[in-house]
Design a protein around this ligand. Structure first.
Ligand code: NAD
Length: 246
């Protein structure tokens, strides 16, 4: 489905990002993924990639730093020649009620989750414009649609991602660059591992499909949006949440 396409996925060493890297690769796409710190995890993903018979390469870069973003885009262009698909997945949480939330925790989350999307999209769009083809997929969250107490910084960042998605979709539609967002509900990853059983049961009780998502549930929708099946979709936010926010 994505044979000979070239993708860049941010934050690809674990959780949803890792599932996206492998699902794109399983569909024939060459992938460069970025990682923040875990060199060991990056090497193990590169090794696992041998089974797909195509290139999956890690690159160390902090998505919130513009200079690192420039280096990652240069790296993919040098290694793979062009860039067709950008998946802005890297993200963090620093939860607290707003009265206890520090300015630093607000700024750090906005930089990692929202500014990172600006950084990568701005730089990826240049080569995409040249080839008059590009697919940008941003990972937002359902909390951007409904709010969440204790996550004002995270929710603001993910709502910002939706605004950025729609504006870029309008700016670049004429160049055949589509920009969409995926808004996952609760997904079983390191980000949600702190939830205890009682909290998990409370969450599941609000999900019509009666389960927390697995990373691959999100990855499959990303692959769909990157594929020719989604050529006429842009500026959309697709909630992948088991029906939670319908
Ligand atoms: P995770 O914590 O398992 O993985 C996040 C990845 O992003 C890690 O590999 C981390 O190293 C990387 N990362 C964080 N900051 C970075 C930075 N500045 N530069 C480069 N890489 C960085 O989390 P996950 O659950 O896999 O989350 C992936 C995305 O999905 C995030 O954007 C998250 O906000 C979003 N999301 C997750 C859930 C959930 O329930 N898990 C729900 C909705 C949205």
């Amino acid at each position: 489905m994505l044979k000979n396409k070239k993708a860049l996925v941010t934050g690809g060493t674990r959780g949803i990002g890792k599932a996206i890297v492998f699902d794109l690769a399983a569909n024939g796409c060459n992938v460069i993924f970025t990682y923040h710190s875990s060199e060991e995890a990056a090497k193990s993903i590169e090794k696992e990639s041998e089974k797909f018979g195509i290139k999956i390469i890690g690159f160390k870069a902090d998505a919130s730093k513009f200079i690192d973003t420039e280096k990652s885009i240069q790296f993919i262009l040098e290694k793979l020649g062009n860039l067709d698909i950008l998946v802005n997945n890297a993200g963090i949480t620093k939860d607290n009620l707003i009265l206890r939330m520090t300015e630093e925790d607000f700024d750090t989350v906005i930089s990692a989750n929202l500014k990172s999307v600006f950084n990568y999209s701005k730089l990826a769009i240049k080569p995409m414009m040249k080839q008059r083809y590009g697919r940008i997929i941003n990972i937002s969250s359902v909390v951007a649609l409904i709010g969440n107490p204790g996550q004002a910084n995270y929710v603001a960042s993910k709502a910002g991602v939706i605004g950025l998605t729609k504006s870029l979709a309008r700016e670049f539609a004429s160049r055949n660059i589509t920009v969409n967002a995926v808004a996952p509900g609760y997904v079983s990853t390191d980000m949600t591992k702190e939830l205890n059983e009682v909290q998990k049961e409370a969450i599941v009780s609000q999900i019509p499909l009666k389960r927390i998502a697995e990373p691959v549930d999100i990855a499959k929708v990303v692959t769909f949006l990157a594929s020719p099946s989604a050529d006429y979709i842009t500026g959309q936010v697709i909630a992948v949440d088991g029906g939670m926010t319908m």
